[in-house]
Design a protein around this ligand. Structure first.
Ligand code: 5GP
Ligand code: MN
Length: 341
């Protein structure tokens, strides 16, 4: 819970504030960080945004994107900033394992810590927590947070543009994790003059020729459909990574293409990284990939969108995934769809 009186009192005088979000940050992690940055910037604070790992270049059109520090590349400086912080915001993550290199710094810090997040099962490492798994995105919660701070009047384009990006990306363009509450918030955002068409274009039509060729490669050469389990997956080895010079963000959204096939209820993207194999899962309806990722891949997230990673050989992870799906989840994945209209 957040004690808003305590927080308002703290923010009355200038503070050294650090905003962090999860590693491999997505539109919601970056959008919520920039939205909060612009909100806090209205008062006389000294604010630094620090992400554990590289940020996707496709979002570099966002205002003050270039102010975001990547911990991996700025270790000495970022370490000093985190150590000196009086307040730390944890956005779009609820477990310290999600911030890799900066987790121990956050754990040790005596700063006042605030979590704003929408993932299942928050860990207890913050002084104030705004956690709501029914929220579409952390960006939606930043909107609610600013309202609860009594500052709805301060919502301007600098705050709302990045907020809208996170809402769009985490809902896949309003296709999932939506609610009437979200649409009311979106109506308010649009009334402030936010340009939906322009932001959708910047967010969704952002393939480079290389990442488009990579998508074609995934769909034509690296996909395997387990038709009897209504499941499909795409697996990419280190040699695929080299061939397409895959960078963070290049694979964003690829896994969703599998769910475009009729009847598919579960999809995965398995990628061989240098020392781990990463899995990114999506599902439709009642099937919980959060359970699968939590139980077998040291991960988690949301019911219909989760991820995880294993320190095991790539081929072994692919076999494990196929075995789990066909042995443990086939029945759940093929049962009569009760979610139909
Ligand atoms: P993505 O598949 O797009 O990387 O992530 C989907 C969702 O799962 C996001 O909400 C993300 O925060 C969460 N997620 C991704 N990877 C991991 C992981 O390794 N551990 C946990 N706990 N959550 C993850
Ligand atoms: Mn999110």
């Amino acid at each position: 819970m957040i004690n808003f009186n305590e927080l308002k009192h703290l923010l009355k005088s200038p503070k050294r504030i650090v905003i962090t979000a999860h590693s491999n940050p997505d539109g919601d992690a970056i959008g919520s960080s920039l939205a909060l940055f612009h909100y806090l910037q209205k008062s006389d604070h000294s604010i630094t945004m620090i992400m554990p790992t590289e940020i996707p270049k496709s979002l570099n059109w966002m205002k003050n994107f270039d102010k975001i520090l990547v911990f991996e590349n700025t270790k000495t400086f970022s370490r000093k900033i985190i150590k000196e912080a009086e307040m730390i915001f944890s956005l779009d993550y609820n477990a310290l394992s999600r911030v890799e290199g900066i987790s121990s710094l956050i754990k040790k810090s005596n700063a006042y810590k605030v979590m704003i997040d929408h993932h299942i099962g928050p860990e207890d490492f913050c002084d104030a927590v705004l956690s709501d798994t029914s929220a579409s995105s952390t960006c939606q919660l930043i909107y609610e947070f600013i309202e609860m701070m009594g500052d709805a009047d301060s919502l301007d384009k600098d705050i709302l543009n990045p907020m809208y990006v996170g809402i769009l990306t985490d809902t896949g363009g309003f296709r999932y994790a939506t609610s009437s509450k979200l649409f009311r918030i979106v109506a308010n955002i649009l009334e402030k003059g936010i340009d939906n068409n322009m932001i959708c274009d910047l967010v969704f039509n952002s393939y480079t020729i290389n990442s488009f060729n990579l998508l074609a490669h995934c769909i034509s050469k690296r996909i395997e459909i387990m038709e009897d389990c209504n499941t499909g997956f795409i697996a990419l080895s280190q040699s695929d990574h080299r061939k397409f010079n895959i960078k963070r963000g290049d694979l964003e959204g690829v896994v969703n293409f599998i769910l475009k096939i009729k009847k598919m209820r579960c999809a995965a993207l398995i990628t061989e990284r240098r020392d781990i194999v990463k899995i990114s899962m999506r599902s439709k309806g009642d099937f919980s990939v959060q359970e699968v990722c939590g139980k077998y891949f040291n991960g988690g997230g949301h019911k219909n969108a989760s991820g995880g990673a294993l320190k095991k050989p790539y081929k072994e992870v692919i076999k494990l995934f196929k075995d789990i799906i066909s042995n443990e989840y086939k029945e759940a994945l093929t049962k009569e769809n009760t979610d139909a209209l």
